[in-house]
Design a protein around this ligand. Sequence first.
Ligand code: SF4
Ligand code: SF4
Length: 500
Amino acid sequence: MSLPFFMSAYLALLVGVRGTRKEWKRKMVHTFTALGQYLAADVNSGAVHVLDKLSYDLLSAAEGPLGEKLPEELAKKLSQYDRSELEEAWQELRELQEQGLLFTDDDYVDVEKAMELPRQAVVKALCLHVSHDCNLRCRYCFASTGDFGTGCRMTMDVETAKRAIDWVIAKSGKRRNIEVDFFGGEPLMAMDTVKATVEYARSLEEKYDKQFRFTITTNGVLLNDENIEYINREMSNVVLSLDGRQEVNDHMRPTVNGKGSYEVIVPKFQKLVSGRGTKDYYVRGTFTRENLDFSEDVMHMASLGFRHVSVEPASGPLDDPFAIKEEDLPRVEEEYEKLAKELMGRKDINFFHFNVDLTQGPCVIKRLRGCGAGCEYVAITPDGDIYPCHQFVGKEEYRMGNVFRDGFDMKISGEFAKQNIYTRPACQKCWARFYCSGGCSASNLLVNGDITKSNEVACEMERKRLECAIALNAIAAGMGEAKDTECNNTDCNHCENCEM
Ligand code: SF4
Ligand code: SF4
């Protein structure tokens, strides 16, 4: 038997006092197959191993930590294999264990200390809702087709946008880089506000030693030569909304007059992307129960010349007609695997969800707690109200303040700061926790009525995407394309100055 391939290991989060043994201290190895590979991920060390079938079966059946001798009952259970081969595989697995690459503890994480970090974090990103109005009527729209359920369609005036910039400068402490995402509804309906905001923010950069990075998320309908040129000059990133094939997109994303939007937006998106050079962009779609064959949509976007693409599952409560349901999961998982097969070895397309960072990056907060909603990241509405993120806008109980009035509800912020892989019960037991960072509070609320209760349907999809992503990385590494993924990020604790 052999362990034909060993891929990577990342080590150490925070060095500190060892806590009492809790659920997350469990030694955990996740074995799985994807893309014809037999794989094992050691959760706490981050090591990923590509195995042969015998080692895979052995490791899947074993309970860690592995003892000196191959247990009799395991040998019996796997009697289809030659005994000496099983013994040899057992010893090779034990060697990995001794190297700290299988059945490791995460004793090196000082959880108490790690949990303090989000509470100390500064605000570093704004989702600026410059428009609560939209020129499309997407069927699955979480923002009630633009007005966020308020019944009031409006755009943000320049005064409010400036106050939002002042507010984030004040809340960002010593941190230099600040992100602003122009969002809606449809932000191009408030292009004057967008331009005035960029100008105002830039005018304050030197004085306050800040650097702003702007993103805009658009449905594309109002793109023209002038604003394409402006966006490509000023925006560090652009998110372009398109659902894929024309029939899928036009069914889900009609205009106010009920016509399809595909023919209007695709040429504009292509023009924008062709002028973008090396700057970031994503063409981003949503898939629903009505197009569970969404890999076709991803491939269609690639065929239009878009390199950076993403499709997100529609999420919602049980009575939502478009949200992915538990019974859809086998089909969705099959589709992710199909997509991963299609993308194997292709360098002309970058599917967002298959970009897994096996080194997990240097930021301990990000690894533990994910998106930062409510503490590092907030959404601001056209009338200046502050919410934990765009998905909470309009939910009065989550309103955290207003840029025209002092005060920022630290109780709500504290609740969000507490959300991480060690406090969410499902995450504590989940093999994917260090990749996923704990999921989405908004989706938990939508489905379970509680930001702490993981949305299991979303989790299943996340885990399948991660399996595909890890398998793709393993295959690329086998082709000699892997980077050196070993890293040792021990004590990044400088959030205010963080450039990530
Ligand atoms: S997949 Fe779900 S349970 Fe697992 S870490 Fe992510 S949110 Fe938590
Ligand atoms: S809570 Fe969910 S929707 Fe809001 S920013 Fe985080 S991941 Fe995104």
